[in-house]
Design a protein around this ligand. Structure first.
Ligand code: GUN
Length: 280
């Protein structure tokens, strides 16, 4: 029987601290969210960010564009937000419509306001072991392991999924924490063979309940970063929770797992940007 990692409770310990700190500030931090088009999931994520911001005292402004807007228009607005002293953090909600060059847009964000940590500059800093602002989901996953007192050093951590937003930065963070890291992806051969050697298995592939008991080692620690809807429109993760539950020692559920920590880390990064704690 596994211990269930309560992401919502861990996130609350972070956001309570942020709320306390902000209550002593005269000028409140401000986050700008650039939202293009009407992606259903993005709308829900952004609503969550606004609500979480409200709870801690961070003002979240949504800058909306219709689906057909040009890249130039969005870039103009990002430039205005960069030079607006009242704005501490800027994120561009992904995905963007297909006619957008995502890297071109994201790299317009000033590095000190890049609270998603998606610019090449911030990615480079992370990969050279001197991070400034780091991506929120991998940061949240690392925080979760720390909160659960998981010893990382010397452990075999397997990450499934090599996205720029999650898998790759997470593999880098685990390496920095002295894990031996294997990064698996859609072309990996004998995936089961590798994942079943993992002391810590983190899955971020967006495929509902892909990881079953035969993919995991007895007593492994599992973080499930995936979120999708199953055939009954129910939220589900990349791990078949019920199927692996008796075999593993610890597992994060979906929902109320890594998700709340992503939002908590966004607020954390925004406060950090506000305070200008971005030395180096
Ligand atoms: N889309 C899905 N997750 C994220 C995220 O963490 N940040 C942004 N900007 N877009 C996303």
């Amino acid at each position: 029987m596994a211990q269930i990692i309560k992401g919502d409770e861990i996130a609350k310990t972070i956001t309570d601290k942020i709320k306390d700190e902000i209550s002593n500030l005269d000028v409140k931090p401000k986050l700008a969210v650039v939202l293009v088009g009407e992606d259903f999931a993005s709308e829900a994520y952004v609503r969550g960010k606004v609500k979480a911001g409200k709870r801690v005292g961070i003002e979240v402004d949504i800058v909306r564009f219709e689906q057909e807007v040009s890249e130039e228009k969005v870039i103009d607005v990002i430039k205005q937000l960069n030079s607006d002293e009242k704005v501490d953090g800027i994120i561009v909600q992904l995905p963007l419509p297909e006619h957008f060059d995502v890297a071109k847009i994201v790299n317009e964000i000033s590095v000190e306001k890049d609270v998603d940590g998606f610019t090449y500059y911030n990615a480079g800093r992370l990969f050279r072991g001197n991070p400034l602002l780091s991506p929120c989901t991998p940061q949240g996953a690392m925080y979760m392991l720390e909160a659960m007192n998981v010893e990382i050093s010397g452990k075999h951590a397997v990450v499934v999924g090599r996205s720029n937003l999650v898998g790759q930065p997470l593999a880098r963070m685990l390496t920095a924490a002295d894990a031996t890291v294997t990064l698996c992806h859609s072309k990996t051969k004998n995936l089961k063979n590798i994942t079943s050697q993992a002391d810590i298995l983190i899955v971020a592939i967006g495929q509902s309940r892909y990881i079953t008991a035969d993919y995991v080692k007895e007593g492994a620690i599992i973080l499930d970063v995936g979120i999708s809807r199953d055939e009954h429109n129910k939220l589900s993760g990349d791990v078949d929770f019920d199927n692996v539950f008796d075999k593993v020692s610890m597992i994060s559920p979906v929902p109320k797992g890594v998700g709340p920590l992503t939002v908590a880390m966004l607020l954390h990064n925004t406060l950090k940007a506000y305070k200008g704690e971005l030395c180096g």
